[in-house]
Design a protein around this ligand. Structure first.
Ligand code: PTJ
Length: 253
């Protein structure tokens, strides 16, 4: 579908179309449409911008990945449909491995996600030869060269069952999730409450600068980071936004 640039909801419609196209191409699960819709709702009541709390979490996430020995970025059907080029660029900038990891599992979709990432010039692990013990869903299928031995995992757009297990396996978890109330958001070490489509480009830009930081500087960023405060700020932002809107409605705006 052609989305006219003049449309007031152009960006939103454009990414909605990318998800629909992802489903048509067999990259994205049908359930990915529902997940995207939930994300749109939270983005709407966050004012569709990267707030300070998101930028702070993004900076800490970049610092954590740059100081990790074996960082991995997990790629699902929504990520591959929305930002395939950007996720490749992020993995290159931060020297992190990409790995396909999906909840609604099929061999065919694993292959299609791999092909999509490779078409963007990226390398991605898709030979899921190991299992994350303690996890019942298909997300337990991981690569022995990737998530299995990772010390840090970036899980954009998660469905909540894996974060806890990754942490039990001693891994640090970074999530990008517009819903600050989700189980994943509350369990992650670093929670980025931002839209994937803004968070990843922000992190690429930060990564390009922070590559030159010393280990000490990166560790200082991590030491001063407080995920609970950041998460709480995002929930308060939603509350304040809704209060402002309620006032505006009263004033007839
Ligand atoms: O490709 P698969 O099989 O791994 O499936 C992926 C989905 C996303 C379908 C699966 O993980 C799932 O069902 O996820 P949930 O439980 O719907 O959770 C997705 C979370 O991501 C929700 O909290 C949404 O608010 C959030 N979200 C959706 N779109 C975005 C987002 N967060 C950031 N950026 C987005 N664009």
């Amino acid at each position: 579908m052609h989305v006219p640039k003049e449309h007031p909801r152009y960006v939103s419609l454009l990414y909605r179309e990318k998800i629909a196209e992802g489903v048509r191409k067999g990259i994205t699960a049908v359930e990915g449409i529902a997940a995207h819709g939930r994300g749109e709702t939270f983005d709407y009541i966050l004012g569709e911008k990267s707030h300070d709390f998101a930028l702070e979490a993004e900076r800490a996430a970049v610092a954590l990945i740059l100081t990790s020995k074996h960082p991995v970025i997990s790629v699902n059907g929504n990520v591959a449909a929305l930002i395939p080029e950007e996720i490749v660029k992020l993995s290159e900038t931060l020297n992190a491995i990409l790995e396909v990891n999906i909840f609604h599992f099929s061999e065919e979709r694993v292959r299609k996600i791999k092909e999509e990432i490779e078409a963007c010039g990226g390398k991605i692990l898709a030979d899921l030869d190991a299992e994350l013990k303690g996890l019942k869903s298909a997300r337990r299928k991981v690569s022995s060269k990737g998530i299995y031995k990772a010390d840090t995992v970036l899980v954009p757009l998660e469905d909540g069952d894996r974060c806890e297990i990754l942490r039990l396996h001693g891994k640090k978890v970074i999530t990008i999730d517009l819903n600050p109330l989700s189980r994943t958001s509350r369990m992650a070490d670093i929670t980025i409450v931002d839209n994937l489509i803004r968070a990843v480009p922000n992190m690429i830009e930060m990564g390009e600068k922070m590559q030159n930081y010393s280990e000490k500087e990166l560790r200082e960023i991590l030491e001063s980071y407080d995920n609970r405060r950041v998460l709480s700020a995002s929930i308060k932002r939603i509350r304040d936004y809704l209060t402002e809107m309620a006032e505006r409605v009263l004033e007839g705006g």
